[in-house]
Design a protein around this ligand. Structure first.
Ligand SMILES: CCCCCCCC/C=C\CCCCCCC/C=C/C(=O)SCCNC(=O)CCNC(=O)[C@H](O)C(C)(C)COP(=O)(O)OP(=O)(O)OC[C@H]1O[C@@H](n2cnc3c(N)ncnc32)[C@H](O)[C@@H]1OP(=O)(O)O
Ligand code: FAD
Length: 613
């Protein structure tokens, strides 16, 4: 390799007032996790890249060790390096390929990494992800298999079903997808039309998509890759509709990969992004599966067709809640990648003069460029850290749920729904800002940023369209506000509705106090939630029905969910930065970053903050 680092980049790095290694260890969960994360890609490149010398590899390894902020950017150049020297038929960038070729190239890489993950016995999901992400940087054709397909088996299957099906998934004896959305319905799950009718004579379900709108439409991997689906359908037994249940449905022959009888599958065609994911359609023409293929952890159908309902009919939604957590975390890391590329570019790009005749400056010296990028660096840290805080809440709630205590399920649903919407919208805005901060070169696919945007912006839609998710969270927040109005006890997470007061001590001429920042965001959230509740009640007072009044207040209800997420994020960022045990210089810097994030948010939502004084 032997490439020297650009002198402008070296200069920018030399001015750091902190040791990046402290941050890297914190972000990746400690030195050992970080070592593993860095070792895996280097290991693969050493194995794959024929001409890359051991010296090159050590330089890469050292390069990874010294600059976290550079790590992700370097990853992209490593991938290009591997692109030149990949051992087999050549590892070509998919940018210039047709959709068919890009899918095949991604499939080749994904199958390679799947094999190596098994051979290396990589059990940890994060390590598996890091290993794959380097080689399949865009949409991975197996994404649904890795996450929702296996999660659905784990969370909806009985122990016997898990024992039977999970090994098949883990060893890629089958390749799965999660088929819920239909051509006619994605959001309104009660409107799903696919039926699973129980035939008591043969103890089988007859699966059918009776109308064109009932065709499954959008599921990833359905177009070509998957040979099994966890499919959600309306269960009908003894003439009664028992709501949406999940079923293990074979789609294609395991040897020939041809569609099975009664199955029509195909690709839905070109998309805005996510080109290497074969999102597909599926029609079922009275396809029979055995009774044992219904995932029966929570609800059951007995041999005689008796439906045993779940303790809570929302448990069937758990795979979606689980995946929303993945999306919440990935949003922050996607923005981190984009702002790393844009910041490095801004250190090496010289354009225009600040002082006439003083020579062209690094564009990072322009205040406007710093504002574009530093606010996004702060946002990336905020989202990553808030996602960790939300995950801690999730883990404690989930462990209670596994013992049958479902009391936290509504809070969990509200938190995942609102944070998924907030993080993906913030990520989409932030990545686009990073792209534009790189001028024309940001518009090149080679910059890496356009694909980050076109792939990940779909997260504003999938896993629950963002507006709908905000309204879901608002159901919980509004109930809490109603309880607060009656002086009732609230869940821990929303007790601020009863306690928040605006007693800000900071004055404009002094450095703002961090506790005041948290108080301001808390008070803003409490005020917006209360206003939404008041608007709903005003609608009722006007004689509207509950659902009409809900629709009448829905714009404010969406704002309430976003204000709640913004507060959760600011609080998590400040509290984790203060409590992370950093050395003084690092903590000082991070608290500056937290202030930048919070004050920038106040400027962007200045209407809310001015309204609450
Ligand atoms: C480093 C880490 C590496 C990790 C690996 C990372 C690798 C992958 C990363 C990136 C690759 C990306 C790959 C992604 C590919 C895309 C995958 C996409 C998949 C999908 O999109 S699957 C389909 C998703 N669809 C939805 O989400 C549908 C959304 N709609 C709804 O959920 C419905 O609107 C509804 C069900 C919420 C509403 O239903 P309905 O109208 O019937 O009723 P309501 O009255 O509104 O609600 C009823 C009641 O239920 C409660 N409820 C609803 N949902 C839930 C839930 N999930 N959990 C708990 N409770 C729920 C709701 O609150 C109501 O209760 P209350 O009356 O309010 O008490
Ligand atoms: C890249 C990608 C991958 C996907 N992968 C999968 C997959 O693997 N498996 C799967 O099952 N699905 C998948 N989906 C489908 C996805 O889950 C749906 O697109 C999503 O749930 C939104 O539903 P919809 O498309 O029907 O949009 P709609 O719900 O029709 O949304 C359209 C508009 O209507 C508004 N709207 C809808 N309902 C309400 C309401 N109650 N109140 C206010 N406004 C409302 C929305 O806010 C939005 O503005 C994928 C989608 C994409 C884009």
């Amino acid at each position: 390799m032997g490439k020297s680092v650009n002198p402008d980049l070296a200069k920018a790095r030399s001015q750091a007032t902190f040791d990046p290694a402290n941050l890297t260890n914190y972000l990746y969960g400690g030195p050992e996790k970080l070592r593993r994360k860095r070792y895996l890609p280097a290991f693969v490149f050493k194995e794959l890249c024929t001409e890359m010398s051991l010296t090159d590899l050590c330089l890469i390894f050292l390069g990874l060790l010294t600059h976290v902020s550079d790590y992700l950017g370097l990853t992209l150049s490593i991938e290009n390096m591997a692109a030149k020297e990949y051992k087999e038929e050549g590892f070509k960038s998919t940018d210039d390929m047709s959709r068919e070729e890009a899918y095949e190239e991604s499939m080749r890489r994904a199958v390679y990494t799947n094999k190596r993950v098994l051979q290396l016995n990589l059990q940890d999901q994060e390590e598996q992800y890091y290993f794959r992400e380097i080689f399949v940087p865009g949409a991975n054709p197996f994404a649904l298999h890795y996450v929702m397909f296996k999660d659905a088996i784990n969370t909806q299957g009985t122990e016997d079903q898990i024992q039977k099906w999970l090994p098949l998934a883990e060893t890629y004896a089958v390749t799965g997808t999660y088929a819920q959305t239909e051509l006619g319905h994605g959001t309104f799950l009660r409107g799903l039309e696919t039926t699973a009718e129980y035939d008591v004579q043969r103890e089988e379900f007859i699966l059918n998509t009776p109308t064109i709108t009932s065709s499954k439409f959008w599921p990833g991997a359905l177009g070509k890759t998957a040979n099994v689906a966890i499919l959600n359908a309306k269960l009908i037994t003894k003439g009664r509709n028992c709501g949406m249940q999940s079923f293990w449905v074979p789609l294609r022959h395991l040897e020939t990969h041809q569609p099975l009888p009664g199955i029509t599958v195909g690709d839905i065609g070109p998309k805005f992004g996510y080109h290497t994911s074969d999102n597909g359609f599926l029609q079922l023409n009275r396809v029979r599966i055995p009774r044992e293929n219904m995932l029966m952890r929570y609800s059951k159908v007995l041999q005689d067709g008796t439906f045993v309902p779940p303790e809570n009919d929302r448990l069937v939604y758990v795979p979606m809640t689980q995946f929303r957590f993945v999306v919440i975390g990935r949003s922050g890391w996607t923005l981190a990648k984009a702002v790393t590329v844009a910041t490095r570019y801004s250190a090496v790009r010289r354009q225009s003069e600040i002082t006439p005749g003083g020579g062209e400056v690094q564009i990072l010296d322009f205040q406007t460029q710093q504002h574009k990028l530093f606010t996004q660096i702060a946002s990336a840290y905020a989202m990553i850290i808030a996602a960790k805080a939300a995950k801690d809440l999730y883990d404690s709630a989930f462990s209670k749920m596994e013992k049958g205590n479902l009391e936290d399920l509504p809070m969990l649903h509200a938190l995942t729904s609102s944070m998924k919407a907030f993080n993906t919208w913030e990520m989409a805005t932030g990545v686009e800002q990073c792209r534009m901060a790189c001028g024309g070169h940001g518009y090149l696919l080679a910059s890496g940023i356009p694909q980050m945007y076109t792939d990940m912006v779909s997260a504003c839609t999938y896993e629950g369209e963002n507006t709908v998710m905000c309204l879901q969270a608002a159901r919980f927040l509004n109930k809490c506000q109603e309880a607060a109005n009656k002086g009732e006890r609230l869940p821990q997470l929303t007790r601020f509705l009863q306690t928040s007061r605006l007693n800000i001590s900071s004055s404009l001429d002094q450095d703002v106090d961090l506790n005041d920042i948290i108080a301001a965001y808390e008070f803003r959230a409490a005020t917006v939630i209360s206003e939404a509740n008041a608007r709903l009640n005003a609608g009722l007072a006007m004689g509207k029905s509950q659902s009409e009044a809900w629709n009448y207040a829905s714009q404010l209800l969406v704002k309430a969910a976003l204000a709640f997420s913004h507060w959760f994020t600011v609080r998590a960022l400040i509290e984790n930065m203060r409590g992370a045990g950093f050395d003084n210089s690092t903590e000082t810097l991070l608290l500056q970053l937290a202030k930048l994030y919070a004050l920038d948010g106040m400027l962007r939502y200045s209407g809310d903050f001015r309204k609450v004084g």
